[in-house]
Each structure stands twice: as C-alpha cells, then as structure tokens.
Design a binder for this molecule. Structure first.
Ligand code: G6P
Length: 452
C-alpha cells in the first residue's frame, strides 16, 4: 500500500543527535505494544484503532440514507455539539468543501447549508443564528457522547423549542437526529422518550478520536463528501502505520521527534498551514493533542498558525522570540485550483518577475523560504504532506495524527485517553450557577470572587 502521507523531518534533524533518535527505538516499540496489546492506561478507549475496518455496517448504511433525506428535505443542517462532538466534522467540512460553502447559491450547491451551535455559550451568536435560520427548512443533528455537556444541552433545548414552535412537536421530531452513547446520558433518554432517530458513539472511542464514527460521518455525508473514500483513507493508514519500527513508520517518527524536541525545551508545537481550508483541521488537532497530552504537569502546548497571514502577526515572534517553538507544517502538494499571475502592460507594481508563475508557485516558495528562515532562527520544522485535499487523504491524516497521539502520549508516560482536568471549570461553573449539590463550593467560590 503506497504511503499517502509524506513525513519529512529533515529540517529538524539538526536539532536532534543521532543517539537520541536511536534511543527512541525501544520506547516506540513499547508504546506500540501497549496500544496494540491494549495494556497501557486508557486501554478501554482504543476502539478507534480498528474502527476504519470494523465499523457497524448497518448503521453506516443508515447514515447514508439519512444524509440523503436531510439533503432532500432541508435547507439547513444545524450541528449542535462541542469539542470532539463538532471539531472533526467542522475540520472535514472546511477542508473538503468550497471555501464559501454556505454562501454558494442554490445553482452551485445542492446540499444544505451547515451551521454549528452549542460550541460556545454566547447569546449573541445564538440569536444571530436564529435570525439566519428564519424561513428555512432546518434539521438538527445534536451530538454529545456524555449527553450531559452543558453548552450543547442548552443550545439543543433552545433550538428544539424553536423548531417545535414553527413546525409542531410531531414534525420537529422528524427533523431531529441524535448522536450519543448507546445507553447512557440524558440525551439518550430524551431521544428514546421522543422517538428521535439516533446514532451511536461507540463506548470505547473518546470524543476527540470519534470523527470517523457517526459523530463526523453524518454531517460530512450531508455536505456531499464521499465518506467511503474518507474511511478508506483511514483504513489504508491503519495498515501503513502498523510497523513498530521508527525507521519505517512515519507516524511513529512524528511521535518520536516531537517527544525529543519537547525534551529539549521546545514546549510549543505550532501546526502551520498555507491553505485557509486547513484552519478547522488545526482546531481538531489542537483538541486531540491538548486534551490527550496536557496532564500531570506535562505535554507540548498545541498551537496553530495560518500562513502567510500570521507571518504578518506571529512571524516576528516565531523568528526571534523565546526559543520554545517548533512547527509542523501540513501541506497539500497540488491545490484543487491554481491561478496564474499575469502582470500586464507597464510594470508599475514591480511584479513582472512573477510573470507566468501561479499563486501556488508563490505559496510554495513562501513555504520553503519561511521554513528555512525559521530553521535558521532556531525553530525546527516538520512537514506532513498529502498529495491533494481529498476525502481519502483526509481520512489518512485523521488516522495518522490519532495514532501518533496515542504513541506520543505513552512516550510521555501519561494516559492519552482521559481528560480529568476539563472537569475543574465545569464544576466551578455549575456551582456558581446554583446546581443542587454544589452549595458549599458555590459559597467558597463567591467569597473568592469578591476578593476576600
Ligand atoms: O460529546 P460530549 O460528551 O458532549 O463532550 C464534548 C467535549 O466536552 C468535554 O468536556 C470533553 O473535555 C471533550 O473531550 C469532549 O469532546
């Protein structure tokens, strides 16, 4: 099976001694064994490893059928979810669809507009969205593994009510699709009570590893993307990244080198793209690595930058600021479209040297020039390259990073599959809101807020 992803760490090699690289072989092998033999921490959450070939075929067929129904009867699909229950779908939608998907006229897009809500607590965002939806045929896909996350729960309460007021309870029921745990949580109970169509988030797959389950697949399919190709890309990646040998496995090389760089004080990994369509992918990647590795006082801080825009804002810091960064550039070899630059007439803009070149030529040179400048400035650069921005290659990328994350977490000596730290803010918020059972905590927090 040919490697769809090219991983190039030659621009980081100068920062790594050869014995450091060699010393990694054993820990990488051990991390591989822990993942595949399910002997490491968090081993109840490894369902994603074989998911691309072991998914529920009947449910998959139903996803396609329901996606076709939503395409036929809706102007808008509203996705309600947060974190792992929205970032993967958003990553894929932005990466694979038209840059202005929602703005395309009906003559250019036969699939519904897709909007996200429940991923913040902003009343302004919510009210503005309701204005945009007025007069449109709306379907809702509410996604929550726990079924109890406050942000999507509030949004769902409001939009369910919004839909029922317009269509009546019966009609609204036919337009609400619930993706949640197969047995647990308030959302599952409600779905059963109301008779909503439901999809299952597998118990052994955590939110940030769930993009290839119904969590991502239903919204992605509604937008018209070929989900067979997406899964195939992931299934091929599963085979491609199976060898427990760092010399032969680019996914493990990525995990290994970021671990070495981290050990040398490079505490921030900046994922960089030169294509705005990668923006949401970076958000997905940030949750994947941030929640997986940031614990026990350890972990690289995952950040992102979009070049060349951010070269004009963050560029100065990256080149000359505190030397705590390394960059991972995600690059697409051939853009779907290219545009030729043809300066004409008198050379008033001084751009005749670009004559005959394309935008992609310029973008690639910006990439190469920036990479070398940053390496000279002490910022190691890693490159993850795919040939084209297609569903197949995106499926491979999702899998590449998920697996690298599992290996990387084990190299770091933490459990990459839990997120205990996320609860701290939730408990405070619920206490401050007066949830029964939190009375003591509420009183203590209020004293602190008053500054006493
Ligand atoms: O799918 P849900 O249960 O609603 O969870 C949504 C998100 O919120 C939580 O707080 C977790 O930290 C995330 O890992 C999760 O993806």
């Amino acid at each position: 099976m040919s490697q769809a992803i090219r991983f190039d760490y030659s621009h980081a090699r100068a920062f790594v001694q050869s014995d450091e690289w060699e010393k990694l072989a054993k820990p990488i092998f051990q991390a591989h064994e822990m993942l595949h033999k399910r002997t490491g921490p968090g081993s109840n959450y490894l369902g994603w490893i074989d998911w691309p070939v072991q998914y529920d075929r009947a449910e998959y067929t139903r996803i396609k059928r329901i996606a076709a129904r939503i395409q036929a009867d809706s102007d808008v699909l509203l996705i309600i979810g947060i974190g792992g229950s929205c970032l993967g779908a958003k990553a894929a939608l932005d990466f694979l669809n038209h840059s202005f998907y929602n703005l395309l006229p009906a003559s250019k897009r036969s699939t519904p507009e897709i909007h996200f809500v429940g991923n913040n607590i902003s009343p302004v965002y919510l009210a503005h969205l309701m204005e945009v939806l007025e007069g449109k045929r709306v379907s809702i896909n509410v996604i929550s593994k726990s079924g109890t996350t406050l942000e999507p729960a509030i949004a769902f309460r409001l939009f369910r009510d919004w839909l029922e007021k317009r269509l009546g309870r019966e009609e609204a029921r036919k337009r609400i699709y619930v993706t949640t745990d197969k047995a647990r949580g308030a959302l599952r109970k409600l779905a059963e009570c109301e008779g909503y169509e439901t999809f299952v988030i597998p118990e052994d797959i955590g939110g940030r590893f769930s993009v290839l389950t119904p969590v991502g697949l239903l919204p992605i399919a509604v937008s018209g993307v070929d989900i067979d190709a997406l899964l195939q890309g992931a299934a091929d990646a599963r085979m491609n990244y199976l060898v427990p040998d760092i010399e032969e496995n680019p996914c493990y090389q990525y995990a290994g080198i970021r671990n070495i760089l981290y050990g040398k004080g490079k505490q921030v990994e900046v994922v960089v793209n030169y294509e705005p369509r990668f923006r949401s992918f970076a958000e997905w990647w940030k949750q994947l690595f941030g929640e997986s590795e940031g614990k026990d006082g350890k972990g690289l801080f995952p950040a992102s930058a979009e070049f060349s825009a951010d070269l004009h804002s963050l560029g100065q810091y990256i080149q000359d600021g505190v030397r705590l960064l390394f960059e991972t550039v995600i690059s697409v070899k051939r853009p779907a479209i290219d545009v030729r630059i043809q300066p004409e007439g008198e050379e008033v803009d001084g751009l005749h040297f670009l004559s005959g070149k394309t935008m992609n030529d310029v973008n690639q040179k910006a990439f190469a020039g920036t990479m070398l400048a940053h390496v000279d400035g002490g910022v190691p650069n890693l490159v993850v390259e795919i040939p084209e921005a297609t569903a197949y290659y995106l499926g491979g990328l999702f899998y590449f990073f998920q697996k690298a994350c599992g290996i990387s977490g084990y190299l770091l000596g933490i459990n990459p599959f839990d997120q205990p730290g996320v609860e701290a803010y939730k408990a405070n918020m619920l206490a401050l809101l007066g949830k029964p059972g939190y009375e003591l905590q509420k009183a203590e927090l209020e004293v602190r807020l008053r500054g006493k």
